[in-house]
Design a protein around this ligand. Sequence first.
Ligand code: TRP
Length: 375
Amino acid sequence: MVDDGMVVTPWEVSGDIDYEKLIKEFGTQPLTDVLIRRIEKESGEGHFMLRRKVFFSHRELDVLLKEHDEGKPWALYTGRGPSGNTHLGHMLPWIFTKYLQDAFKVHLYFQITDDEKFLCKPELSLEKTNKLAYENALDLIALGFNPKLTHIIVDTDYAKPLYKIALQVAKKVTTSSAKAIFGFTDETNIGMMFWPAMQAAPCFLPSVLEGRPVRTLIPAAIDQDPYWRIVRDVAPKLGYPKTAAIHNIFLPALEGPGKMSTTAGEHSTIFTTDTPKEVEQKIMKYAFSGGRGSVSEHREKGGVPEVDVSYQWLKIMFEPDDRRLKAIYDDYRSGKMLTGELKHILIDKVNAFLKKHQAEKERAKKNLDKFILKD
Ligand code: TRP
């Protein structure tokens, strides 16, 4: 979707994102309080990403939850494109996916698309993307996923089962609809033309593996939705349940609007591999501030949390406690808290998160094998 300077496609996100508009243009449903409460009931505790509408939209989540109540099986599916180190924006939906897995005790299929990144990034070799796939897998495992319920698919190493499903999908999708949905042109390589069928394949994989209909639910950022449109279109033709989805907003780039993307430059992102010093430097130097031009003006007029990236990061990912978040909001809004102080709250949170994450990632190395799906 390209509109009013906002671009949201699986390969590019930029501009000021209007999420209400995306719901309309993509034809998804807003996430209702009824659905949020239904999930919270299963979990026994709420999740701030639901309460704060970080997850804001869905496709047929209501249908999936109704089937769950009837005892029907379903599975989670999400993924990662291994084009470099994992950054914090990538981890956002995975953190929520873990919450869903813990609540509903369902299988998770996690696709790592070394094939896709080889095809769409001219500078990357297959050796490189495959190596990155296994490195990135550790970021998922480090979040504490249950090895008995979690299955990581590295595309080129699990190609055979995926390929058979992808072929079925590909036969039902015309070049003209792929062009319309993904913006492919005559310059697009033919690998990419076929590739969406590979991202569609895990939607139906649980049904194939279990030999019965297993609906999938995909927690992912909204830019991946074009794939699910294709999947939902072909599902009935192939005799599989339509995939359901729950969409999150993007963690904003440090310098402001648009998605956090590595292509936007090293300083707009924080990687899971960054050191405490790098985190501090990036946030101090680049995080877009809603503060005023001078301390006296800030004290007088107060800051604007709505445009302040440090505040947004706390709200979206790093301050789960509603009361503390509100206190930060009020102090910043009133001018009592300065930008530097706000940034330091975020720096401490991110560094505490990364310290634990990096230690868990080290430990994940010896468990990697338990998670990789083999054919
Ligand atoms: N194409 C995605 C990316 O580049 C990776 C991916 C594969 C994915 N399957 C997915 C993301 C399912 C979300 C959900 O990041």
